[in-house]
Structure formats: structure tokens, C-alpha cells
Design a protein around this ligand. Structure first.
Ligand code: GZL
Length: 323
């Protein structure tokens, strides 16, 4: 939209200044009609993240009338701040931010607001002193996800529990909420003991490394609470190498409910997986279409999420899920 205004102004200025025929705008007429969206994505650290990116690319496609500029921050907030400033300089129509962490956004969001560019926050939450610094947020209730996992543990596991806790990126709302859920569970069960806690940054490699570290220390444990599937994959590899049966000798609790993880439930290697739905593309598209019509979207929208164990899962359920 902004591209059209810029192109018209440049043509008028060229004519008024008596110049030769105005320089053709650098974008084609078709591209001028596209809604330009700058998307600052956390990274490509997990199956969840990749599914989220694919969902955004499919929804905000040229066929649907969008030009998507995707910037991968490699899980670094500073790269996201730089990307947002680049989007502002490029005069995009909308900014979508999937924030690495909750804090540290006020300054750059104020710059986007000053530039008159709406900011849509997806997935994780941000902490800000001024809710007017972003247009709306759509994502998951991470504390509720943690509570669901604890409820399943209460219903299915006999104590005493010795829990290894693989955390996501420290300071991300996914980590904060899922950790709070587990801490509440530990606080209300005398025979639940936290024997190890460290961040695996939501990656498979780090998840494997941490469980190898726990095994080397000969810390006895019977539950792994992994804050995402990819760290659980790494944990399972480490257990298998040590001759320990994941899902039998050690209960595996995970989050995301990615396709591969659900197959591991069918294989008996993951015991419970709490869905964290990454398919935000159509949701963001609907929000932008609302804004384009001059309507006001809800400030906060929580996506509906389910959870899985062997009792409610089958191949056809997995194949119907879209990620
Ligand atoms: C959760 C999302 C988390 C996933 C991880 O909404 O932010 O980040 O649980 C991903 O798999 O890396």
C-alpha cells in the first residue's frame, strides 16, 4: 500500500520538476498492489519453528496478495531489533514479530509506532509498559500448557518422582510458563523432586548433551520434563545410547506435539505431549485483512490447544494435523 503512495509521489515530483519521463518505479505494477509484511522470526531451532515459518510463508504469499520479508534472528533478540529497524526503513505495511524473549522491546516498538507501522506479535508474549506499542498478540497460554502436563503426571505417575527438567530459552514466555507449571506441581507434591534443571535452548543437540551430562553424574531420575519436542528427541537418543528405555524406564513429557513426536508416542517413547500450535499464518492473514478493512482485531487471542498420549492418538489423527 505504502509502495503505491511512494510511486505516485515520485511520478508527480518528476513531472512538476520538469524532468524527463519519470523513472519507472523499481517495483512492477503487480508488486505495487502487494501488502508488504516484515516478519522477524526467532530462528529455525525446532520442528515447531519451521512449521511456524512455513505457515506464515503459505498464508502471506504473493498469490494471496502479500510480499513477505522474512528475517531469521538465530534466536538473538538484537538481530530482531535490527530487522525491525530495517523494516521501518523499507516502509513495510505491517511488522510481525515472533519475540525471542519477553523483555527489551519498548524502544524499537516505539520507533515502529512513530513510523505508523502496525506491529502484530505472534507466539510468545512480550512485557511492555505501553500496550499501545503493538496492535495485537496471538499465541499460546504456556502456563496452561505446563499445568496440563502436571495434571497428566498426577493422574498417571506414582511417586516418588525424580525429575530432570530441560528448559527452553531462558526468558521466553514458553519457558517461563511451562516452568511455572512444573514448579507448581513440584510445590504441591512432597514426593516430586527436581534433580536437574538447565536450558537446552529448544534444540535437539543441547537436549542430548544435557541428558548425557545427567547420566554421567549418575543422578538417578525417572521423569524427563522437556519444554519442547526437539530437546526430547535429543534426550531419547542419550537414553537409548545408555541402554535406558525412553517411555518405559523413564517417563518422557514433552511440548509442541510435532509430527515426529506424535509418532514417538505411538512407538511408546514419549508418554505425553502438550500441543503448542504453530500454524499462525492464516491467523495473521485474517488480522491483517481486518486491519485493511479498518476494523480493530482483539488485543489478545489465545489459540485452542489439545494434548496427546497413547489413549487418544492414532496414525490418522497425526496425519490430519497439518504439522
Ligand atoms: C512455543 C515456541 C517454542 C516451541 C519450541 O510457542 O515459542 O519455541 O515450543 C520453539 O519448539 O523453539
Amino acid at each position: 500500500m505504502k509502495k503505491i503512495v511512494a510511486a505516485i509521489i515520485s511520478i508527480i515530483l518528476a513531472i512538476l520538476l520538469g524532468g524527463c519521463s519519470p523513472k519507472a518505479p523499481s517495483v512492477t505494477v503487480e508488486e505495487q498492489d502487494l501488502i508488504v509484511v516484515g516478519f522477524s522470526q526467532v530462528g529455525a531451532e525446532s520442528d515447531w519453528r519451521n512449521a511456524n515459518t512455513i505457515s506464515m510463508e503459505k498464508a502471506l504469499s504473493v498469490e494471496n496478495g502479500y510480499r513477505l520479508i522474512l528475517e531469521d534472528a538465530q534466536q538473538k533478540q538484537q538481530k530482531q531489533i535490527t530487522a525491525i529497524r530495517n523494516f521501518i526503513n523499507q516502509g513495510v505495511d505491517y511488522i510481525v514479530l515472533a519475540p525471542t524473549t519477553e523483555t527489551g522491546w519498548d524502544t524499537v516498538l516505539a520507533e515502529a509506532k512513530e513510523a505508523g507501522i502496525p506491529v502484530i506479535i505472534v507466539d510468545r508474549m512480550i512485557e511492555t509498559s505501553d500496550l499501545d506499542l503493538f496492535t495485537c498478540w496471538i499465541g499460546s497460554d504456556f502456563r496452561k500448557e505446563g499445568d496440563k502436563a502436571v495434571e497428566w503426571m498426577e493422574d498417571h505417575l506414582k511417586g516418588p518422582l525424580r525429575i530432570v527438567h530441560l528448559q527452553g530459552n531462558i526468558g521466553s514466555s514458553a519457558q517461563i510458563g511451562r516452568t511455572k507449571g512444573l514448579d507448581a506441581g513440584i510445590g504441591s507434591h512432597e514426593d516430586w523432586q527436581l534433580v536437574f534443571r538447565e536450558s537446552g535452548d529448544f534444540t535437539q543437540a543441547k537436549g542430548q548433551e544435557l541428558v548425557e551430562k545427567v547420566l554421567a553424574k549418575e543422578i538417578g531420575f525417572n521423569v524427563i520434563y522437556s519444554e519442547n519436542d526437539n530437546m526430547a528427541y535429543g534426550a531419547i537418543d542419550a537414553l537409548k545410547t545408555a541402554g535406558i528405555k525412553p517411555g518405559e524406564d523413564v517417563t518422557i513429557i514433552s511440548f509442541d506435539a510435532s509430527n515426529h513426536a506424535l509418532h514417538l508416542i505411538l512407538d511408546g517413547e514419549i508418554n505425553y505431549d502438550v500441543e503448542c500450535n504453530p500454524l499462525h499464518g492464516p491467523r495473521v492473514q485474517a488480522i491483517i485483512e481486518q486491519l485493511e478493512r479498518g476494523e480493530t482485531p482483539l488485543k489478545f487471542t489465545y489459540v485452542e490447544e489439545v494434548s496427546f498420549d497413547i489413549s487418544n492418538l492414532a496414525e490418522e489423527v497425526i496425519e490430519s494435523r497439518g504439522y
